[in-house]
Design a protein around this ligand. Structure first.
Ligand SMILES: [Fe+2]
Length: 418
């Protein structure tokens, strides 16, 4: 038996357990500490996963960590570092740096080697920290811990987590804000194995455009993008002017290399918005970024399919959480099958990391991995437990409490009735 623990430690920290090629347990740390998208080291999740499968740490054959750049505990991406106005707002030096970096892009040649060096140092410190915690807390030897490239995790999660036919050639696409210096990849699947054929660097990121537009609209990045997507349909046709003026000139696709191209470093997109989108109505901005996303990704998908001549797509990475874009993709004539991994943000990266280590470090045949059949892989609660809790916290004093056998159907009925 091969047991691999998968870990993701960044915003939305999470854990999974792979048992002989099958994901048997998976959970996000936020479920235990009640902090949305919690980015701390997921100790409670590890403890639960081991407990739920009756496993002791010494039985683990390996730990697969999603990402080679693992941020140390003192760098919290759920805070202001991604641009959210947190408790204290965005620090003034950060604001100045972002502005200068956008306005004087020629200085990047001077400053970015230093920035990248700092990132590398942070990544190194993060890897060391993870190895130390696993060793001190669970006695796991450092040589049993492997770090797997971020976009490889997204690709493996989607493909091995969902693939239903080894015989079919397929394309695997990943697209997110940024991970391990990349923001998009294209891989071809031949005889059940992935081969990466295109990679786009982090500063040409469509994900950045979407997340920084989310911030520009006063919402939280990496969390409220779905609200921007939901706001988009409220705009009238006038949004096309906003799209043409603000969004369209910023990003495109090279149909030959399958890389995204950009007219400036997109990690400073919010600075660009301050200059170009001032006075544009909020719903037009939302519709503009949504339309851009749908247009550019459709172009990318079509170019990938044309180049590889496959019609089956497996997709992952945060941008593929955009269900309206996915709908547009699924309606493309050329697409035979579209498989977005449900919850394909970084929270599901431990799954891909574990599959990767299972196939490549333990030399297991790719076809011996099992797809994820359903996503109810975390803790469950009985009706009796719920009833006890309702009594304990005296919920009935404040709310009307009823029990329904078919809770999903009942909620759907209530929503449908308005
Ligand atoms: Fe990602």
């Amino acid at each position: 038996m091969v047991l691999i623990l998968g870990i993701h430690k960044s915003h939305n920290s999470s854990v999974c357990l792979l048992k002989d090629g099958a994901i048997v347990a998976s959970v996000q740390e936020e479920k235990f500490n009640r902090i949305k998208n919690s980015g701390i080291f997921p100790k409670a999740s590890i403890d639960w996963v081991l407990r739920s499968e009756n496993i002791t740490p010494d039985q683990l054959d390996a730990v697969a960590v999603g990402g080679t750049i693992v941020l140390p505990a003192n760098v919290d991406l759920t805070g202001s570092s991604v641009g959210n106005a947190g408790k204290g707002g965005i620090p003034i030096p950060t604001r100045i740096w972002r502005h200068v970096d956008y306005k004087h892009q020629n200085l990047r040649k001077v400053f970015y080697p230093l920035v990248m060096k700092k990132r590398e140092q942070r990544g190194e410190a993060g890897r060391k920290e993870v190895r130390e915690i696993l060793n001190k807390t669970y006695g796991i030897p450092k040589e049993k811990v492997f770090f797997v490239d971020h976009h490889t995790c997204h690709a493996y999660t989607s493909y091995y987590g969902l693939r239903n036919n080894d015989q079919k050639n397929a394309i695997v696409l990943t697209l997110d804000g940024e991970g391990d210096y990349d923001c998009a990849t294209v891989s071809k699947v031949d005889s059940g194995l992935l081969e990466k054929i295109s990679t786009t660097p982090w500063y040409k990121s469509l994900g950045y455009i979407y997340s920084q537009t989310t911030i520009y609209l006063g919402m939280k990045a990496l969390e409220h993008e779905y609200k921007v997507m939901g706001l988009a349909p409220y705009a009238k046709d006038y949004f096309k002017k906003t799209y043409e003026k603000v969004f369209k000139p910023t990003i495109d696709v090279n149909e030959n290399t399958l890389e995204f191209t950009s007219t400036f470093p997109l990690n400073r997109f919010i600075e660009y918005l301050k200059e170009t989108a001032l006075g544009e109505r909020f719903d037009n901005v939302a519709a503009g970024v949504q339309y851009l996303t749908e247009e550019v990704v459709q172009k990318w998908v079509k170019a990938s399919m044309k180049k590889l001549d496959f019609g089956v797509l497996y997709v992952g990475g945060g941008v593929f959480m955009n269900v309206k874009m996915n709908l547009k993709l699924s309606e493309l004539e050329e697409v035979e099958e579209l498989h977005p991994f449900p919850s394909c943000g970084d929270e599901s990266n431990p799954i891909g990391a574990a599959y990767y280590v299972y196939i490549h470090k333990f030399q297991k045949p790719a076809k011996s991995t099992k797809r994820v059949k359903q996503l109810y892989l975390g803790p469950s609660y009985s009706n009796e437990y719920a009833e006890e809790l309702i009594k304990k916290i005296d919920l009935k004093r404040k709310y009307k409490v009823d029990f329904y056998k078919d809770i999903e159907g009942t909620i759907a009925d209530i929503l449908a009735k308005g």
